[in-house]
Write a protein that binds this ligand. Structure first.
Ligand code: HEM
Length: 390
């Protein structure tokens, strides 16, 4: 890491966090906790100016050749800086045609393009690739609820990645292999862990702190001329690998394919490659359906199919929980008490809340193989397998 990159990283882990935390405490102490305008202006100016010095030094250095992890770190840091400027309303894509921070935009565009990712911070920066240095991991604030959110998201993501790894291994052994049962059980165990992490998060996270002091850092912002949606805990390939490997969604479904294309640049390049590979494989559900007529009475078919269905059920449970517990309790519920102005921009992807909730529900229903008269979910196929193995 160059000395400029190192200095920026130390600032992000230090003063940046302190200033954001101070601002959050000021906002949160108000009657209207959603108001940020005219509050803590000297702190906001310091945050903007100190960050700018680091950005300008890195931009003039013009060096993205220190290897992937250094470039990835700079991209995350400039992204956290821009995310905070957006949160404190020093920029707002709705009132601007281009970012008022051209140097930070240029740095993000340069580094993002050089490593093949969107020019903003991504989930991986705060979750799976959030390198702790002497116990300090990156965050916007030092609020306990932000650390809880970051840590539990990471645990959940790692659980889903473990499940995806196990399912991916079945592809190379085949659904008739005696080993497949164990791998389906490994996937199920990892998914059961995710359910436990989600339940713990839902229990411990403070609704108001999350809604007013954590979530606003995940809003969309402009880099250069273009607006980029916020990061969300779903920006890793594992969740989609599970979708596609279990066969609960299909890569040729227009809704789902669009979602995959949109989210690719928010993933690490290594994850983009994993997802592409998955998109070219036949799902395990389709493999089992090809065999169901001939092999339904074979012991291996019954054992492996039952284990497969248990993995599907566990995955459905994680999806139900995300939508009906986490999204409901921490987004939809608190949003009910807001007026039109306060509601603007609360989602990280940008669309109005009811549109976002509808699209998240579609994903939940695919993952739970809910009955679907249009035949897009795999309800009928899963029911056929269930009937075959009793
Ligand atoms: C997406 C809420 C925790 C996995 C989303 C979105 C929302 C949301 C609102 C849509 C993104 C947007 O705003 O545009 C929440 C809340 C959480 C939480 C309120 C906890 C307080 C988690 C955790 C995981 C997770 C722990 C699992 C690791 C996902 C996934 C997506 C997503 C995979 C992408 C859409 C999908 O494929 O389902 N989340 N989330 N979320 N979240 Fe969460």
């Amino acid at each position: 890491m160059s000395s400029n990159a190192d200095a920026f990283d130390r600032w992000i882990r230090g003063s940046f966090v302190e200033m954001n935390t101070e601002l959050e405490e000021l906002y949160f102490a108000q009657d209207d906790r959603s108001n940020v305008i005219g509050i803590g202006d000297p702190i906001k100016a310091r945050l903007r100016d100190e960050g700018h010095e680091h950005v300008a030094a890195l931009l003039s250095e013009g060096n993205t050749g220190d290897g992937f992890s250094s470039a990835f770190g700079v991209l995350g840091n400039v992204g956290l800086y821009l995310g905070a400027l957006r949160r404190h309303e020093l920029t707002n894509p709705e009132r601007e045609e281009r970012s008022p921070f051209p140097e930070a935009s240029s740095l993000a565009l340069h580094v993002g393009a050089s490593i093949g990712m969107a020019p903003r911070y991504a989930t991986a920066h705060l979750a799976t690739h959030n390198l702790a240095i002497r116990g300090v991991r990156k965050s916007f604030t030092s609020l306990k609820d932000e650390f809880l959110f970051i840590d539990e998201n990471t645990r959940g993501i790692l659980g889903l990645q473990r499940a995806a790894d196990a399912l991916g291994r079945v592809v190379h052994l085949g659904v008739s292999s005696p080993i497949a049962e164990q791998l389906f059980r490994d996937a199920r165990a990892a998914l059961d862990d995710v359910v436990a992490f989600n339940a713990g998060l839902a229990e411990a996270l403070d609704i108001e702190r999350f809604f007013y002091c954590v979530r606003p850092y995940y809003k969309p912002y402009r880099v250069g001329r273009q607006e980029y949606r916020g990061a969300n805990a779903g920006d890793f390939s594992g969740i989609n690998e599970i979708d596609l490997l279990l066969g609960l969604t299909r890569a040729n479904d227009p809704y789902y394919a669009q979602l995959l294309v949109d989210k690719m640049p928010f993933m690490l390049p290594s994850e983009q490659a994993r997802l592409r590979e998955c998109m070219s494989q036949r799902s395990l559900l389709d493999e089992l359906l090809l065999l169901v007529d001939d092999c339904a009475d074979a012991p291996w078919f019954r054992v492996n199919t039952r284990a497969f269905l248990e993995a599907c059920d566990a995955f459905g449970e994680t999806a139900r929980q995300h939508h009906d517990l986490l999204v409901e309790k921490f987004i939809a519920g608190p949003a009910n008490s807001l007026d039109e102005r306060q509601l603007q921009g609360i989602t990280s992807s940008g669309p109005p809340l009811e549109v976002l909730l509808r699209s998240l529900k579609i994903l939940r229903d695919y993952r739970c193989a809910e009955p679907d008269p249009a035949g897009r979910s795999r309800h009928a196929d899963i029911a056929r397998l269930r009937a075959a193995v009793g």
